[in-house]
Design a protein around this ligand. Structure first.
Ligand SMILES: Cc1ncc(COP(=O)(O)O)c(C=O)c1O
Length: 510
């Protein structure tokens, strides 16, 4: 294959000569690659996604080295970099997998091993599928009876506030729905380009999607000294600064938070909604961790519920989309790519555009839709699967709560690590104090200081974390994100190793 090096150089010259001789052979003008790094979409080049960045690439390489027999100070790499529960050993919930098995291979409906309620759900889902098969496409917005079940789930969750299935869009995980809504919102040129407010630290899907779409990212900082809470004064500061160079139209909230694990109070949500209305912003409420609330005194309130309880002045005007997923909570079924969004107060003509846009990609995966149906419509107390389902669900959430508190406790015993309570979600984002000489050394190597720290931790202990710089943080502060997902005994080992490493690292550079 012919290649012309965009950078020229020795390799480039050699390839140029090869091109010329090829031209002579073919007698045609050779113009090299159509698509090069120089002429590709520049927005794509700006995209960064730290959760699967260089640290993870090195972790994969180390795993291969271990397999090949290379001696290391550890025998396995522990990947605590990503919120992937089942990759960390969490067992799937039996009922969910039973119904999915039945949907995938309907002959099993005759099998006596499967409980009747699982069979009933599978039959209902299959009847709603084209040709009674989950191998068929569905309507682009998602299977209708599943959208109805989602709407009923939202109503139950929010104490009876109505939800219209027409406003529900099933999606390929929450990521897909979030990007789709951003796509609708981003437009304009120069100072009129859409600005999108995102929390810092943030979940890097947001910065990546904004880079891809060429939108303006507006950072608002969470308050680390107050348990990563959100202060409307900070939203105002960020908004008025951004108005100088873009057109802020969107406010994104993650609650419970990733990577910071905070749970917003009802009062805070009310303040945010009031702010969005005053400033004429579209609200995006990322609520994928809605069941993951652990800390005493914390409770999940959906933005939709609070919006409607604030009365018609708000509930009939504030435009909003909220997102949920099958990847998190007690399910951890990341690979099935299930999710939904509910849109509220969206202009009907824009909604028609949204429906058109999702139809271009045909439909979200049907197994993911089926799974979502079981999440929003779980076994009921009078059904045979109820007891086991509740036992499994409660056990997963209780273990996560235990690990959240263990993580905070252990990190806070180490001088130089400060860890806020993990009130919810699946992560901790502790602050690390790094010696100046370590910071200088990292800079010499062209690395962010917390990347340097995490890389050393990976090489020395085999623990894979994500540096805080991948999520954004206040200038001069350093953090890392770690999931609390490893099994309890393994998590204890991980925490111990990180603490020991921190002390060693600090000593080495002091
Ligand atoms: C805050 C937040 N939103 C969205 C997602 C995307 O989840 P999925 O696309 O798997 O539903 C994640 C995944 O970690 C997340 O943490």
């Amino acid at each position: 294959m012919l290649q012309i090096s965009p950078a020229g150089g020795v390799g480039g010259k050699r390839r140029d000569r090869a091109n010329m001789s090829q031209q002579a052979v073919n007698g045609v003008q050779c113009r090299g690659k159509v698509l090069t790094l120089d002429n590709m979409n520049p927005n794509v080049k700006r995209v960064e996604y730290a959760v699967r960045g260089p640290i993870v690439q090195r972790a994969v390489q180390i795993e291969k080295e271990l397999k090949a027999g290379v001696k290391k100070p550890f025998t396995e790499v522990i990947k605590a970099n990503i919120g992937d529960a089942q990759a960390m050993g969490q067992k799937p919930i039996t009922f969910l997998r039973q119904v999915l098995a039945l949907c995938s291979y309907p002959e099993l409906l005759e099998d006596k091993k499967f409980p009747e309620d699982a069979k009933k759900r599978a039959q209902r889902i299959l009847e709603a599928c084209g040709g009674n098969s989950i191998g068929a496409y569905s309507a682009s917005q998602g299977i209708e009876c599943i959208r109805q079940d989602v709407a009923r789930y939202i109503e139950r969750r929010d104490g009876g506030i109505p939800s219209n299935p027409d406003n529900i869009y099933l999606s390929t995980g929450a990521s897909d729905a979030i990007v789709t809504i951003l796509k609708l919102l981003v437009c304009g040129e120069g100072c009129d380009r859409t600005g999108v407010m995102i929390s810092i630290p943030q979940y890097p899907l947001y910065s990546a999607a904004l880079a891809d779409l060429g939108a303006v990212q507006i950072n608002y900082y969470l308050d680390e000294d107050n348990c990563w809470s959100l202060d409307v004064k900070e939203l105002r500061r960020a908004l008025s600064a951004a108005r100088q160079h873009c057109n802020p139209r969107v406010l994104c909230i993650i609650n419970p938070g990733n990577p910071t694990g905070q749970v917003q109070s009802r009062q805070c949500i009310e303040d945010v909604i009031r702010f969005a209305k005053e400033e004429h912003l579209f609200l995006m409420a990322d609520e994928v961790y809605q069941d993951n609330v652990y800390a005493e005194g914390c409770k999940f309130y959906s933005f939709k519920k609070v919006l409607f309880e604030m009365g018609p002045e708000y509930s009939s005007t504030v435009e909003m989309a909220s997102f949920h997923s099958t990847s998190k909570c007690y399910m951890g079924e990341c690979g099935f790519r299930g999710g939904y969004m509910e849109v509220i107060n969206m202009d009907p003509e824009v909604k028609a555009q949204l429906t058109k846009l999702v139809s271009v990609r045909l439909c979200p995966p049907i197994p993911g839709q089926a799974l979502l149906d079981l999440v929003v419509n779980p076994p009921q107390p009078d059904e045979p699967s109820y007891t086991t389902f509740m036992k499994e669900r409660t056990a997963v959430l209780a273990t996560l709560a235990e690990k959240a508190s263990l993580t905070e406790q252990i990190f806070n015993t180490v001088p130089g690590i400060t860890c806020n309570p993990v009130q919810g979600a699946m992560y901790t984002f502790p602050r690390i104090t790094l010696p100046q000489s370590a910071i200088d050394k990292a800079k010499e190597a062209g690395q962010a200081p917390d990347m340097f720290y995490c890389m050393r931790l990976l090489e020395e202990e085999g623990i894979c974390l994500v540096p805080g710089s991948g999520f954004g943080q206040r200038e001069g502060t350093f953090h890392f994100r770690m999931t609390i997902l490893p099994p309890t005994e393994k998590l204890k080992v991980v925490l111990q190793k990180i603490c020991e490493f921190h002390l060693r690292f600090t000593q080495e550079f002091s």
